[in-house]
Design a protein around this ligand. Structure first.
Ligand code: MSP
Length: 631
C-alpha cells in the first residue's frame, strides 16, 4: 500500500487581496505534494476560501452587493492566481458550498445533542468599530486595543462549546505525540498556552449583529462562529459524513498554517475533533512570516507584496524557487528584491542555467548533438554516487519538512557537475581524441541534469519540463521520471532551446547604501584570532522562563548548556514572552564572569541582533544538542 499524503492550506478570507503570505503557504503545500508524488505516495492537496463572517458581510455591504454574489466574484482572484502560480491542488473548497454547510450543521447538531454545547450569557467589552468583544484585561486604558476607540459593556446570550473539558486530554495528547505540532518550539508555545485554564469556546453570533453565516440547527436566531465553521473544511471536503470510505482513505491530514493561526488549529480544532470522535490530524506545521525589512507586511503600511507582480517580472518558477529556498521552515524570513536577484543569479543563472547551456553546447560540438554512450565501466562515476546519495535522503528530509536542505543538496549536485566539467575539460579531451572519456564526462553531465530536472520539478515544473525537452526527452517517456542513475538513453538527439534563466541586472544600490568613503576604515577596531578565541560560545536550550518582577525588560531564564543548568537574565521581555522562550535554542557566551542584574545572578549572556525597534535572538540553522561549541 502506498503512503498517504493529505495536505491542506488554511482557507483564505475570500475578500483579502492575495499576497505573498497566502502564496507562500500554497506554494509550500504544492511543493511538498509534488515531492510526495515523485516518491510514489498517494497525494491529495486541498485549499480553498473562508467566506463567512463579519468582515465579508461588511465588505459586501460597502460594495452594495449580496454576500454570496460578492464571494463568487472575489473567489476568482484566488483561483486564478493559483493557476498562474502552477498550483496543482486536487480540490478547492468554499465554505459557502452546500457540501460544507451540510456537514457543519450536522456536526453542530450532533455535539449539541451530546450535551457539549450550552447557552449562557456572555458579558464583555464590545468595540463597534472592530465588531468584536474584548475582556477587561485586553483593554488599553479602557479603550479597544486595536483601534483605541471607546468600548461598551454588552451582555448577550450565546452558545458555548465545552472545550475546557478537553484541556488535560489535549496536553497529554500533545506530549505523547511529538510530531503532532511542529516545529518543536511551536509545540512548546501551545503547551505554554495550555498552562493557563482553557475556557469554553463561544461558537455563535446573534443574527441581530451578524447574519452572514451558517445558521445554528438548534436556534435560528444565531449563526455559527466563523472559525468553528472554517476548520471543518478540512473534513467536509473529503467526504466526512457523506463518503465514509473516501474519508477514511484520506484522513488524517497534514495542516500547513502560518504561525498566526496556531491556537485555532492546535487547540480549538483538536478539541472539536475529539468531541466528534474523529482521529487527530497527523501534523500541524506552522511556518514563519515573510517580513518586509524589519516590519510586518500590512495593508496600512502599504508594503504588501503581490505575488503576481514578482512572478510576472521574474517568472513563476524563479519566484517559487526563491520562496522555498529562502525560508527555513518555521522561522521568519525577510523579503527583499535584492536578495531575490542575488539568489536568482547565483543558483539559477550561474549554476543551473549555465550547466544546461554548456552541456548542450558541448554535446552539439563534440558528439554531433547526440547524447553520448558512456563506456561500460563508467570510470566517471563520482556524480552518480552523489546523485544516489541525494535520492536516498529525499524522503527523510521531505518528511521532516527540511525543504531548503533538499534544495541545497540538489544545487550542490549541480555545482559538483560544473566542477566536474572544469576538472575534466571536455574541450581538451576532444582535441586529444580521448573519445571514451569525453563520452563519459558529457553523459554524466547530461544524466545529472536529467535527475536534477526530476528532483526540481515540484518547485519549478515549467523550467524542469524545458530542461527535459532540451535534453531531447519526449513527453510521456517514462525514463524521464526515473530517479535512478543511467536511465538517460544514449543517441537521443538533443534540442537546445532558449537560455533557462537569463542573468538579471544587479539592483542599483541606493546612495545611502554605498560605502561611506569618509567613514571609518574597515580595519579600525579589528581584533586578532587570539582575542576572539577567548570568547566561548555555546548552544543552549531554554528550560524555564519567567518575568523579573518590577523590571519590564527582563526575563529570567533557566537554560541547559549540555548537561549543565544555568540561570541567565536577559533584556528581551519586550520582544519575547516567557512561554515563547521555552524550548528555544540559543547561542550564549558561556565564559562571562557571573553578574548580578537587579539582584539576580546571571551566569552567561545570550546573543541577539537588534535593529531599530526589532530584536531577534540568534539561533542555529539546524538542530544541534545544547552545549555544542561554536567556532
Ligand atoms: N481564514 C483564516 C484561516 C482559516 S483555516 C481553517 C485566515 N485566513 S487568511 O486569509 O488571513 O490567511 C492566513 C494565512 O495566510 C496564514 O496562516 C498564513 O498561512 C498566510 N500568511 C498571511 N500573511 C503571511 C505572511 N506575511 N507571511 C507568511 N504567511 C502569512 O487566517
Amino acid at each position: 500500500m502506498n503512503n498517504n499524503f493529505y495536505v491542506t492550506t488554511p482557507i483564505y478570507y475570500v475578500n483579502d487581496e492575495p499576497h505573498i503570505g497566502h502564496a507562500y503557504t500554497t506554494i509550500l503545500a504544492d511543493v511538498l505534494a509534488g515531492y510526495h508524488r515523485i516518491l510514489g505516495d498517494d497525494v491529495y492537496f486541498l485549499t480553498g476560501t473562508d467566506e463567512h463572517g463579519q468582515k465579508l458581510q461588511n465588505a459586501a455591504a460597502k460594495n452594495g452587493r449580496e454576500p454570496l454574489d460578492y464571494c463568487d466574484e472575489m473567489v476568482l482572484r484566488f483561483q486564478n492566481i493559483w493557476k498562474k502560480l502552477e498550483i496543482r491542488n486536487d480540490d478547492f473548497i468554499r465554505t459557502t458550498e452546500e457540501r460544507h454547510k451540510k456537514v457543519v450543521k450536522t456536526i453542530l447538531k450532533t455535539i449539541y445533542d451530546k450535551g457539549e454545547i450550552y447557552s449562557d450569557d456572555y458579558e464583555g467589552w464590545y468595540c463597534v468599530h472592530e465588531e468584536r468583544f474584548w475582556t477587561e484585561k485586553d483593554l488599553v486604558e479602557g479603550n479597544c486595543p486595536d483601534c483605541d476607540r471607546p468600548v461598551s459593556k454588552i451582555t448577550e446570550k450565546n452558545y458555548f462549546f465545552k472545550m475546557s473539558q478537553y484541556q488535560d486530554w489535549l496536553i497529554e495528547y500533545i506530549k505523547n505525540n511529538p510530531g503532532f505540532i511542529q516545529p518543536d518550539f511551536r509545540r512548546n508555545e501551545v503547551l505554554g498556552f495550555l498552562k493557563r485554564p482553557l475556557g469554553d469556546l463561544c461558537i455563535s453570533r446573534p443574527k441581530s449583529r451578524l447574519s452572514w453565516g451558517i445558521e445554528l440547527p438548534f436556534d435560528k436566531d444565531y449563526v455559527c462562529y466563523v472559525w468553528f465553521d472554517a476548520l471543518i473544511n478540512y473534513i467536509s471536503a473529503i467526504g466526512y459524513l457523506s463518503d465514509e470510505e473516501r474519508f477514511n482513505n484520506l484522513w488524517p491530514a497534514i495542516h500547513l498554517i502560518g504561525k498566526d493561526i496556531l491556537t485555532t488549529h492546535a487547540v480549538y480544532w483538536p478539541c472539536m475533533l475529539k468531541a466528534m470522535g474523529v482521529p487527530q490530524p497527523k501534523t500541524i506545521f506552522a511556518h514563519g512570516w515573510w517580513l518586509m525589512g524589519e516590519t510586518k507586511m500590512s495593508k496600512s503600511l502599504g508594503n504588501v507584496i503581490k505575488p503576481l507582480d514578482l512572478a510576472d517580472k521574474y517568472g513563476v518558477d524563479a519566484f517559487r524557487y526563491f520562496l522555498v529556498r529562502e525560508m527555513t521552515l518555521g522561522q521568519d524570513s525577510i523579503y527583499a528584491e535584492k536578495s531575490f536577484i542575488l539568489r536568482y543569479n547565483s543558483d539559477l543563472a550561474n549554476d543551473l542555467g549555465n550547466l544546461l547551456s554548456r552541456t548542450l553546447k558541448m554535446i552539439k560540438s563534440f558528439n554531433d548533438g547526440k547524447i553520448p554512450t558512456p563506456n561500460a565501466i563508467n570510470e566517471d562515476n563520482e556524480l552518480s554516487i552523489q546523485s544516489a546519495k541525494l535520492i536516498d535522503t529525499i524522503r527523510e528530509k521531505i518528511e521532516a519538512f527540511k525543504l531548503n536542505h533538499v534544495v541545497e543538496d540538489i544545487l550542490d549536485l549541480v555545482r559538483a557537475t560544473n566542477r566536474h566539467i572544469e576538472k575534466n575539460k571536455p574541450w581538451r579531451l576532444a582535441k586529444e581524441g580521448q573519445v571514451e572519456k569525453l563520452g563519459n564526462v558529457l553523459y554524466s553531465a547530461a544524466e545529472t541534469l536529467r535527475i536534477v530536472s526530476v528532483l526540481l520539478t515540484p518547485i519549478m515544473p515549467d523550467k524542469c519540463g524545458s530542461i527535459q525537452k532540451q535534453l531531447g526527452l519526449a513527453d510521456g517517456d517514462k525514463t524521464i521520471l526515473k530517479l535512478k542513475w543511467g536511465c538517460l538513453r544514449s543517441e537521443t538527439s538533443i534540442k537546445p532551446g532558449e537560455g533557462l534563466f537569463p542573468r538579471l541586472q544587479k539592483p542599483k544600490s541606493k546612495k545611502s547604501e554605498k560605502p561611506d568613503k569618509t567613514g571609518p576604515s574597515l580595519l579600525e577596531g579589528v581584533i586578532g584570532f587570539e582575542d576572539f578565541g577567548k570568547v566561548k560560545l555555546k548552544t543552549a536550550v531554554v528550560l524555564e522562563a519567567e518575568k523579573v518582577e518590577k523590571a519590564d525588560k527582563l526575563l529570567k531564564l533557566q537554560i541547559d548548556i549540555g548537561g549543565e543548568k544555568r540561570q541567565i537574565v536577559a533584556g528581551i521581555a519586550e520582544y519575547y514572552s516567557p512561554d515563547e522562550m521555552i524550548g528555544k535554542r540559543l547561542i550564549i557566551v558561556s565564559n562571562l564572569k557571573p553578574a548580578k542584574i537587579r539582584g539576580i545572578e546571571s551566569n552567561g549572556m545570550l546573543l541577539a541582533a537588534k535593529s531599530n525597534d526589532r530584536l531577534v535572538l540568534l539561533t542555529t540553522d539546524g538542530e544541534i544538542p545544547p552545549g555544542a561549541t561554536i567556532s
